[in-house]
Design a protein around this ligand. Structure first.
Ligand code: SF4
Length: 334
């Protein structure tokens, strides 16, 4: 399998939210390492990779949120290594701010070179706040959208659609349209992190088809959603040919990583992914074990496979790190 990019994540910044659907399963305790130490390691790691694998794109990001006094330093660092986070930030989970403070933040972000921000809305005010785990979060996000617009930063709004919130989506869009949002990205949440807890919330084919036209229009035409039954009937399971690898920094691994040559770290990630790929059966075998031939729940093909692979790892008890789990080092195959 061809490795097409390598990145580093450092989940070192506490998040102000506690969302029910959190890809990273944030539970109030950051799992990353000290910001400066993570940056120094990454600078060294990428510097060495530049010599040994100059063709390989590299990226770096911190999480869980962007509420850190090191934000400007982080953006400049990302710009210096050509990482997309030098221009794009996901801004859920920030500390509460009134409009003036939000304006100042966005002006600072625009001045340092941020071109686009993303915010995720889970539904209308009351539902969103409950989902995000704090009161006032919906209004904070609206203030951020307004401030970003005034600072000339492009706004993207992500809209995870589930059974519980689908009836709210059209009214939510009407509220957001008042902010002249430049881009929407509606999607059916995938099965990572706490996304598993929402599996029963996955829309069925009839529910998906009944979404109001303005909501359907916010789904990307490039992303195919089908019911499980439809994916099974199609029966095409393209073999992934490339992978993007992400190294997650933790207090447990950082000391060892600092002693390792970059090439050895890259090889270790590739070996982990090879072991994972060898341990998990191909899609046709997974389908034979787990398929629901009449399944009406809607998936991206990637997400249906994620669900089957996870079930397989749980059932088999194989001692293989789950390389789909973004709480540790992980890989994304295409
Ligand atoms: S804002 Fe993001 S990182 Fe924080 S709890 Fe919500 S989904 Fe998780």
């Amino acid at each position: 399998m061809r490795t097409v990019a390598i990145g580093v994540e450092n989940l070192c910044v506490p998040c102000g939210c506690r969302c029910r659907y959190c890809l990273l399963s944030y539970d109030g305790r950051p799992v990353g390492v000290d910001y400066e130490r993570g940056k120094q390691f990454t600078e060294h790691f990428f510097g060495e990779l530049e010599r040994t694998r100059p063709e390989l794109p590299r990226f770096y990001y911190i999480g869980y949120c962007m509420e850190t006094p090191m934000l400007t330093d982080y953006i400049r660092f990302c710009q210096s290594i050509g990482s997309p986070s030098g221009e794009f930030l996901q801004l859920n989970g920030l500390a509460m701010r009134e409009e003036e403070a939000a304006d100042r933040l966005m002006e600072r972000l625009a001045a340092v070179g941020i071109k686009t921000i993303d915010t995720t809305f889970y539904g209308q005010r009351e539902y969103h706040d409950r989902f995000a785990g704090r009161q006032g979060d919906f209004d904070l996000l609206l203030r951020l959208l307004g401030s970003a617009g005034r600072a000339g930063i492009r706004r993207r709004v992500s809209l995870p659609i589930i059974r519980e919130n689908m009836a709210q989506a059209q009214a939510l869009l009407e509220t957001l349209d008042g902010y002249s949002v430049e881009e929407y990205f509606a999607f059916l949440p995938h099965c990572k992190g706490r996304g598993w807890a929402l599996n029963s919330q996955r829309l069925t084919r009839p529910e998906f088809d009944a979404l109001p036209a303005p909501v359907r229009a916010r789904f990307s035409p490039q992303v195919a959603y089908r019911s499980e039954e439809e994916w099974l009937r199609l029966g095409e399971w393209p073999r992934p040919e490339s992978r993007t690898l992400t190294l997650s920094l933790t207090p447990e691994n950082i000391g060892r990583l600092e002693q390792m040559p970059a090439e050895q770290i890259a090889a270790m990630l590739e070996d982990l992914d090879d072991r994972y790929s060898a341990a998990v059966p191909p899609p046709s075998e997974l389908a034979a074990r787990y398929e629901d031939p009449a399944g009406q729940r809607m998936y991206r093909q990637r997400d249906l496979l994620l669900e089957w692979r996870r079930r397989y790892l749980l059932d088999s008890g194989d001692d293989v790190p789950d390389l789909d789990d973004e709480r540790g080092s992980f890989s994304v195959r295409n």
